[in-house]
Design a protein around this ligand. Structure first.
Ligand SMILES: Cc1cc2nc3c(=O)[nH]c(=O)nc-3n(C[C@H](O)[C@H](O)[C@H](O)COP(=O)(O)OP(=O)(O)OC[C@H]3O[C@@H](n4cnc5c(N)ncnc54)[C@H](O)[C@@H]3O)c2cc1C
Length: 395
């Protein structure tokens, strides 16, 4: 999901680009593949529009008009303090969009098929990358070789390419599991996303197209297997205890998925002839739904640095070119990763003084307009040095 938009940006800037994905295209488009949705910040939506991807995705994307944040315990009414974000307050039609990952991937693949200067090889796992004078040689699992000025690793959390380059990570796993399911409900969601902080972790209800929402339920690792194994009726009861009654009767539709949750940050984002992007470079807690947005910002920034260098006739794989990307993105990634980690620690517990403190914090931010608008700009990705693509311009 990060590699394809990056490749599109480079190819649209007239750099000959090859994508090798270990997964076959059919798996990437299969609705049963991961069951996940992504909250796309409006800066990411502007980028997908600039790349010509958005028109294929828009019919399947649900605008987020409001976000409601509350603190509580299962089966009990939420704390009286809540935080309310409204798109109208910042003069926007939406605070972002929710789209199923399979729809994002389908829209990306359709744009890749139309693109000039871009070749997709799939299934094609990269086996080795060797740096040579003036370039790098990539060897695929089938023995085929590709020579390139630069190799970009966007191969996910477990990144074999990062490991092969000997780049270590700073990181830890959370004692939590992310349970993901689609929930059908009786009443319309009206474009409202809910983030309900429960003692085991955040319980997010993200509006999807139709009367459906995606549930991202962070639960203690020790309790998650039993919840995942519940029969349909008992699982729906547990859902109802946490949902509250605002959406009427709720019921899980389709399979339940679970993801181990972990934090990591690569010690280096670049090496001569190699750049890391997306989850390969950083993995964060899904508490704020920002992992993909962060990866898309890497893609937009890297494309901008590389295309500027190419236009000036510079070597796109040289370390001093790539260091410009690292300086731009590593600190920003660290800041967001550290804040999501702190948020998760502050909210995923039932310690009374901390509960009071965070309820007070929620109440204070809600009462102060500029503070609310600050958080809305953050959630929308409109902070820091924005790459041209995220302003809606060509890379
Ligand atoms: C429960 C949960 C909820 C989330 N919700 C959100 C959200 O609401 N909003 C948000 O912004 N983010 C969210 N995220 C994070 C988001 O899903 C990830 O940040 C995003 O998928 C990362 O994309 P990526 O392209 O970097 O990596 P991946 O999607 O992991 O892609 C890696 C690619 O590399 C390929 N690959 C692997 N090895 C090789 C190899 N050797 N050769 C060739 N190809 C290879 C794989 O086939 C795959 O296509 C969530 C994460 C979780 C766990």
């Amino acid at each position: 999901m990060v590699g394809l938009p990056l490749a599109l940006a480079l190819a649209q800037g007239a750099l000959k680009t090859v994508v090798a994905d270990a997964a076959p295209v059919t798996r990437a488009l299969d609705p049963k593949f991961d069951g996940r949705v992504s909250a796309l910040a409006y800066a990411s939506v502007r980028m997908l529009k600039a790349l010509g991807v958005w028109e294929g995705l828009a019919p399947d994307a649900q605008p987020i008009e409001e976000i409601l944040v509350t603190d509580g315990k299962p089966g009990q009414p939420a704390s009286p303090f809540s935080l309310h974000f409204d798109a109208q307050e910042v003069g926007a039609a939406a605070l972002g969009h929710i789209a199923e990952n399979r729809h994002i991937r389908a829209a990306l693949h359709a744009a890749v098929e139309r693109a000039a200067n871009l070749e997709l090889l799939a299934p094609a796992a990269v086996k080795t990358v060797r740096t040579e004078a003036g370039g790098a040689m990539v060897t695929l699992a089938n023995g085929e070789q590709i020579r390139a000025a630069l190799v970009i690793a966007a191969d996910g959390r477990e990144s074999p390419l990062r490991a092969e380059a000997g780049i270590g990570v700073i990181g830890w796993s959370y004692p939590q599991t992310g349970i993901v399911a689609t929930v059908e409900h009786q009443k319309p969601h009206n474009g409202v996303a809910y983030e309900h902080f429960l003692p085991s972790g955040p319980f997010a209800i993200l509006p999807m197209t139709g009367s459906r929402s995606s549930l991202v339920w962070t639960e203690a690792k020790t309790k998650a297997p039993a919840l995942l194994a519940l029969d349909e009726a008992r699982f729906n009861e547990e859902l109802a205890r946490r949902f509250g009654g605002h959406l009427g009767k709720t019921k899980a539709a389709g399979p339940r998925w679970s993801y181990p949750l972990a934090f990591h940050l690569a010690r280096d984002f670049v090496r001569p002839r190699l750049a890391l992007a997306g989850d390969c470079a950083h993995g964060i807690h899904p508490i704020a739904g920002q992992g993909l947005n962060l990866g898309l910002k890497d893609a937009a920034a890297l494309a901008e640095v590389l295309l500027d260098a190419a236009r000036l006739g510079q070597d796109i794989g040289a370390l001093d070119t790539l260091k410009r990307y690292e300086r731009w993105r590593r600190f920003d990634s660290f800041t967001l990763a550290a804040s999501t980690d702190a948020l998760n620690r502050l909210f995923s517990n039932d310690i009374a003084p901390l509960r009071h403190l965070r309820d007070l914090g929620i109440g204070i931010v809600d009462a102060i307009g500029p503070a609310r608008r600050f958080f809305m700009r953050h959630a929308g990705g409109d902070v820091g040095k924005l790459p041209r693509l995220m302003k809606g311009e060509a890379a």
